[in-house]
Ligand binder design. Structure first.
Ligand code: GTP
Length: 317
């Protein structure tokens, strides 16, 4: 199954940078060397078995944008699953950006009316005034420009975990069997007496599904497709205060660790941590996924968690 993802936005807004971070495991510091994208760069990324993301990184210079909207219109806008439009938060040409954005929405309406639209207010690290205030202002502006088209807006930066949060949400939107995965993950979490279980895609380390005992207690936490463990799971788990950014932070940290491994020509396989109040195991679940299991019960051995992961593989493959 192929899903077309359009990555659009003004030249220099950061499209190729985010693509190279998420899909090519490059660090943020190397993005300054990237040249402008000429026309469209297409990539196929195998994502979860038979789901292939067909990523169209569309160079944002005016001449290219004009061509997407005229001669290449049908080619660009047909069969789109998701359009991601990137806005540089510090742009001095917001009106022009919005004009192109509206034109692209029109192209989508014509050729792919079912496509989901995600808007990224990018380079948030450069903002000096309170970020939330500026983000909300931009959000309103984008909402107005979108008319009745449903949009999802994220504030992002390549220098922190916010990019992983946005992209995990986007990709989650494209996975056809996300609800089933979450259901299996919850059964697995129960079998491990885990406080939390997270399923990551192997190359990107984007979060695909989570199952958290905390979800019940903190239903307001912005988690992806969380599923509560049944009532009889240890009530003491509810007292653990977990950071609402923990999923995207983990993606970011593991990606940085993988990059360090590659620099010393080592391959990353798995990770085990036994800390004072919890144990964490990160291991391969299937050919395309990794699973992280967090257990707070000190009587549960790491080896038992690893055995459970091995036993569950067939179910998730
Ligand atoms: P075109 O290919 O011309 O369409 O541009 P693009 O949107 O692909 O921009 P690109 O990814 O090449 O990024 C342009 C510059 O923005 C690079 O120097 C990046 O290092 C920088 N950049 C990208 N993301 C961020 C970010 O989150 N924060 C900051 N401060 N700089 C960023």
């Amino acid at each position: 199954m192929k899903k077309k993802v359009l990555l659009m936005g003004a030249s220099g807004s950061g499209k190729t940078s985010m693509r190279s971070l998420i899909f090519s495991n490059n660090p943020a510091s190397l993005t300054a060397r990237l040249g402008a994208t000429i026309d469209v760069e297409q990539n196929h990324v195998r994502f979860l078995g038979d789901l292939i993301l067909n990523l169209w990184d569309c160079g944002g210079q005016d001449a290219f944008m004009d061509s997407y909207l005229s001669t290449q219109r049908a080619t660009i806008f047909q069969h789109v699953g998701v359009m991601i439009y990137v806005f540089d938060v510090e742009t001095r040409e917001m009106n022009k950006d919005l004009e192109y954005y509206r034109d692209c929405l029109e192209g989508l309406r014509q050729y792919s009316p079912e496509a989901a639209v995600f808007l990224l207010v990018h380079k948030m690290d450069l903002v000096r005034e309170p970020r939330i205030v500026l983000f909300e202002k931009k959000h309103r502006e984008l909402q107005n420009a979108s008319g009745d088209v449903p949009i999802t807006v994220f504030g992002t930066s390549i220098y922190d975990e916010s990019l992983y949060k946005a992209w995990s949400n986007i990709v989650h939107n494209l996975i056809p069997n996300a609800a089933i995965l979450t259901k299996h993950l919850t059964t697995f979490a129960q079998a491990c007496s885990a406080t939390e279980v997270i399923l990551f895609e192997r190359t990107t380390f984007l979060v695909i599904a989570t199952s958290s005992a905390m979800a019940r207690a903190a239903s307001s936490a912005p988690a992806l497709s969380t599923a509560s463990l049944p009532q009889d799971s240890s009530s003491q788990e509810d007292t653990h205060q977990l950071d609402p950014k923990r999923y995207e932070r983990t993606s970011e940290l593991i990606k940085a660790f993988k990059y360090s491994c590659s620099r010393v020509r080592e391959e990353f396989h798995c990770l085990e941590m036994e800390l004072a109040d919890f144990t964490a195991v990160l291991d391969e679940m299937t050919r395309n996924t990794y699973v992280m299991v967090i257990v707070h019960d000190p009587t549960i051995e790491t080896a038992a968690i690893k055995l459970n992961i091995r036993m569950a593989r067939a179910k998730f493959e």
